[in-house]
Design a protein around this ligand. Structure first.
Ligand SMILES: C[S@@+](CC[C@H](N)C(=O)[O-])C[C@H]1O[C@@H](n2cnc3c(N)ncnc32)[C@H](O)[C@@H]1O
Length: 374
């Protein structure tokens, strides 16, 4: 969670307590008059450094153990508000747990992850350090401006270069990187929604694949987002390949907090296009089923992740990192972001059941294996 993503919590709470009369009106923010598509794209591209800064803040304070966060961040010292640090911690931990369960099921069997709008995300390097013998191919996609700065940072980092199993091949314009197991592809994801979608290098169409959208598809129109998923799940991957989608996105846009969150972002020219179509966990579950992830789905808000997925010992450790007494604000913030997941297991053989095996037991607020829940 990045500072600009969230409403001014103090004024929001004042509104809820009746202290302000302009119901639903957020704090005044500078209104951008740039509305061209290019300006909107630039604003979306810029959200990546918000995420990078939030990671650095969490690393500096001990929330996250991520030796690679600073390699990609424009700012080397960042201090976010305590509740934002808690939000970033919970978001990262929740996604890490689902990914850990996938990677440790049928260990040794080949697996693939495609990270949509990966930006400066360091997850692949963290995974390589944590699981050196993984049989994993990792694909990251983002706009060329973001992939080129990431690749330049990788080239300057002996620590990261030494983690890669093969020397990378980098395109002459510096925007794409490929190795047999790690690929950064410079692409506007919207081109995947076209009738002639571009290929993804080194993608294996039959390897069980997890698609990850950590605050990415939300910036695209709903039909474009679902067309992208259709292309990936039926064109790039064989339609019978076990496949899953994990989403991290804002939810609940219709209460005071949600309205202010949306309007704050709009004032920065950032539009959460899918949010009106998928405003809550139940609609996210329906979205996953409709997109073909029909074997099982689950959804939680990040408050639930903190309460139910984080151990008591870890809660105690995190709670001691810095002073936080805005518990009402924290509850609001965590309630407005979700982690949702769904999967298909088509082949019927044991090797095709990897996601069912990995996730059937995951505690969800909404959903569960096919036939249960929402
Ligand atoms: C909020 S950032 C999240 C970055 C990363 N997933 C993380 O959580 O740290 C959103 C990312 O999605 C990327 N993105 C959004 N729309 C995209 C598109 N149409 N094509 C490629 N990347 C896109 C942005 O460039 C940005 O890097």
């Amino acid at each position: 969670m990045a500072a600009p993503e969230i409403p001014n919590l103090k004024s929001l709470l004042a509104q809820r307590r009746g202290g302000l009369h302009a119901r639903g009106r957020g704090p005044r923010a500078p209104i951008s008059h740039e509305t061209s598509e290019a300006a909107k794209d630039d604003a979306v591209k810029g959200t990546d450094q918000d995420a990078a800064g939030s990671r650095v803040s969490c690393v500096e304070l001990g929330y996250l153990d991520d030796p690679y966060a600073k390699v990609f961040a424009a700012q080397q010292t960042v201090r976010r508000l305590p509740l934002l640090n808690r939000g970033t911690y919970v978001r990262t931990t929740g996604l890490d747990q689902l990914i850990h369960q996938f990677l440790t099921t049928a260990p040794g069997s080949p697996k693939q992850i495609i990270s949509l709008g990966a930006g400066t995300d360091t997850r692949y390097f963290r995974l390589l350090s944590a699981y050196p013998s993984l049989n994993l191919t990792y694909h990251e996609i983002d706009f060329p401006c973001n992939t080129s700065s990431k690749i330049a940072a990788i080239q300057r980092s002996p620590a990261i270069l030494s983690l890669l199993s093969h020397p990378p091949t980098i395109s002459t314009d510096g925007t794409s990187l490929s190795t047999p197991t790690y690929n950064i592809t410079a692409l506007d994801l919207r081109t995947l929604a076209s009738p002639t979608p571009p290929p993804l290098p080194n993608l294996n169409p039959s390897t069980p694949t997890l698609l990850l959208s950590e605050c990415c598809l939300v910036y695209l129109p709903p039909t474009t987002a679902s067309d992208i998923l259709t292309t990936l799940t039926t064109h790039h991957l064989s339609p019978t390949t076990p496949c899953a989608l994990v989403l991290y996105e804002p939810v609940r846009p219709h209460d005071a907090f949600g309205r202010t969150m949306v309007s704050n972002l709009k004032s920065r020219n950032i539009h959460l296009h899918t949010l009106a179509t998928y405003p809550d966990l139940a609609s996210q579950i329906t979205r996953l089923k409709t997109a073909g992830f029909d074997a099982g789905q689950g959804g939680v808000d990040t408050g639930f992740v903190w309460r139910e997925w984080v151990s008591e010992a870890e809660k105690e450790r995190v709670g001691a990192l810095e002073m936080l007494d805005e518990f009402e604000e924290l509850g609001l913030l965590l309630g407005h972001y979700c982690v949702c997941w769904g999967w298909r297991d088509r082949g019927g053989e044991e090797k095709d059941m990897v996601f069912s095996e990995a996730w059937s037991g995951v505690k969800a607020q909404v959903g569960g294996p096919a036939g249960e829940g929402a």
